[in-house]
Design a binder for this molecule. Structure first.
Ligand SMILES: [Zn+2]
Length: 351
């Protein structure tokens, strides 16, 4: 059996086994914060939802307040404000407090924040301003029950506000960590736009956060079966839908057709957009699609990225998960939501 999300060898998706490769670590079986359709309310929480609904890492309850990023006086006043909260990020992790079925971020006052790159995350409906700072995490002893956690561990457990803040902060932190020098002249660059850009003091060039668009696709056959695959780097039984990076000079739809053909030999027709979510591990944007394959095609896995691939009916998925033959991606991933979209109801099994 099997197959998998096909990312190219050597890309950084694999460094941090991709989105689709996530395992159920960290209590992802808990319903956690992603439920809460009412959310923390607000204009942002329902913005931009597509047929997949609100994806776990595409939630927010905070206005990014981008108009203030170049307003030094506003930023200084906000940093000095008594209600301002700071989320410290270190190596992709933040301090989080866990409770039954959920988790919440631990913020610090600006005065208690470490000295590091600072970025404006936004303001909530009550006017509370949030910043992120890159630096050593607060002492876990300062918040009973708290420990450092990654987005992949707790994304599903956080409420809308915290999921949006942490996704934003981790994405910026990851970018700053590898973008210290000017790509034109090699000089050390300086953060600007409240942490949303970097400027070169030598040639004046501006550098903006890098995003790597990746497509991830549900492929179905005329019988309505779903193509599931196991990446060759994954353990036995773990499967997902196919995925890969969009190449330069290529549309997302073209990438869908190319990746499916490269990894499984299957030719697909038109691709329909389903929805997206950020995946800042380290800096991807996952674009979900559905594409249909004509019948009668033989699956030929590339034997490089993909170890196995086959078509599954809904009943076969149900039975294979129940027997332990298949492990599906965790709820924090868009892969999970896309497979669920095809399956038509909550996916069986526990992660
Ligand atoms: Zn430069």
């Amino acid at each position: 059996m099997n197959a998998t999300a096909g990312f190219r060898p050597g890309d950084d998706y694999h460094a941090d086994p991709d989105e689709a490769a996530l395992t159920g670590a960290g209590g992802l079986a808990s319903p956690g914060g992603a439920g809460d359709p009412a959310g923390a309310g607000g204009f942002a929480s329902l913005a931009g939802t597509g047929v997949l609904g609100r994806l776990t890492l595409a939630r927010s309850a905070v206005d990014r307040a981008a108009q203030h990023r170049t307003d030094t006086a506003w930023l200084e006043a906000a940093w000095a404000g008594p209600g301002t909260r700071v989320l410290v990020i270190d190596d992709g992790r933040a301090l989080a407090r866990f409770s039954e079925g959920g988790a919440e971020l631990v913020f610090v006052r600006p005065a208690a924040a470490p000295h590091g790159i600072r970025f404006l995350l936004g303001a909530d409906a009550a006017g509370v301003v949030y910043f992120g700072v890159l630096g050593p995490l607060p002492d876990p002893g300062s918040a009973p029950g708290a420990r450092p956690a990654s987005l992949r561990e707790i994304g599903q457990l956080l409420g809308d506000r915290d999921a949006g803040l942490m996704t934003h902060a981790v994405a910026l932190a990851n970018w700053h960590a590898v973008s210290t020098h000017c790509s034109r002249c090699g000089a050390v660059t300086e953060p600007g736009d409240a942490g949303h850009s970097r400027r070169c003091p030598v040639d004046g060039s501006e550098h903006f956060p890098r995003l790597d668009p990746a497509v991830i696709m549900l492929v179905t056959d005329p019988a309505g079966r779903c193509l599931l695959a196991r990446n060759s780097r994954w353990p036995e039984r773990r499967v997902s839908i196919l995925a890969g990076f969009v190449e330069p000079g290529e549309s997302a739809e073209q990438a869908v057709a190319r990746e499916v053909a490269e990894e499984t030999g299957i030719r697909v027709g038109q691709a329909w957009y389903l929805g997206s979510q950020p995946w800042p591990m380290p800096h991807s944007l996952m674009l979900g699609f559905h594409a249909e394959a004509a019948g009668g095609q033989e699956i030929r896995v590339d034997d490089d990225e993909i170890a196995e691939a086959r078509w599954f009916s809904r009943e076969e998925v149900r039975a294979a998960v129940a027997s332990g033959e298949l492990l599906l991606p965790p709820p924090v991933s868009i892969a999970h939501r896309i497979i669920e979209f095809w399956y038509g109801e909550e996916l069986p099994g526990a992660w």
